[in-house]
Design a protein around this ligand. Sequence first.
Ligand code: LMR
Length: 394
Amino acid sequence: MFEALTPGRDDPIIALMLAFREDDRPDKVDLGVGIYRDADGHTPVMEAIREAELRLAEDQKTKAYTALTGDPAFATAIRDLTLGNAVAPERVAFAGTPGGSGALRQAYELIASLAPDATIWLPTPSWPNHAAVLAYLKRPVRPYRYYDAATGLLDREGMLADLAKVPKGDVVLLHGCCHNPSGADPSPDDWIAIAETFNETGALPLIDLAYQGFGDGIEADVAGLRTLARKVPELLLCVSGSKTFGLYRDRAGVLLAVAPDANRQKLLQQALTTLNRNNYSFPPDHAGRLVTNVLTDAGLRQEWASELDQMRNRINGLRRSFAEELRRATNSDRFDGIATQKGMFSLLPLTADQIDRLRQDHGIYILGDGRINIAGLSDESIPRVASSITLTSR
Ligand code: LMR
């Protein structure tokens, strides 16, 4: 059987992460994989999570199975955190999943089972694994305009024009906040316009929400999502706890599926339960339970929110410093967008050759499309990264 194997294609983000680990230069800089780093380059366990973990170790009486869709308390806590009161709880079905990627996978499979011909529309650009998993599942995919590289902003006109043409029954994937890879997010007004196009076309919104709290704030980052959720009859929301709770390897995720009414919600809940059973039976519980315990304990929740605020403030400070340093070093305003883009990522306007030279000659790791993880910078590395970019531009 295994003689049929041929070399596969590596995921660009994971390949870069591994290449960085192999590099033994002491001053190497990792701007690749999207994980938060503190000023020392560490990805800390959040204190609120650590405390919840200690309490859980003391209090947990059993590791027996929960439910096929995971502990309902986790889904409820995430539903309240993300959707707030934008939709009635009895309209929301859920499935606990292994991380946000698991939620996306279950969403794609749900769509495939209900509407095998539905095309999934992806923003240009998007997280590379969106397209990769859809290709693996042989799902029809089309792009819509999203980012304007010339301005570093959302291409509002292009996006709305493309979304207006999406046929009824197709699915449009949107990043809930902190667009990966561009950091260019819709404004509150843009979200209203987006919601209107969904109402006009009858397309289904599929939201990938992986960076809540890293843009403008925990509530502010989901204001657009809530605007949309208030206006549309159906919506799929894939939530990741990896970044927002620092639980990367522990895989806390949930798929929330909003139905038009309580009757349809029951059918949806049944479908998601079967989908979990068919794919992996019970979802992981531990990380979701930590999230639930943090969100439902006033003290832990406050601590978590303030840790997340600090992370966001650090990233936004780095954004401003890096943009200023690049303006000074390159004597141009081509990088100014970095200061105001949202979340961990920005796209640098660099050529493939420059990106190679930054890695080979300067030990600076940037994804092939120019995406950088701002959290990988530090006050110490910013001048060197900026001057290396200037050097490779010549
Ligand atoms: C990223 O975009 O770097 C993260 O979401 C990690 C991943 O799995 O790709």
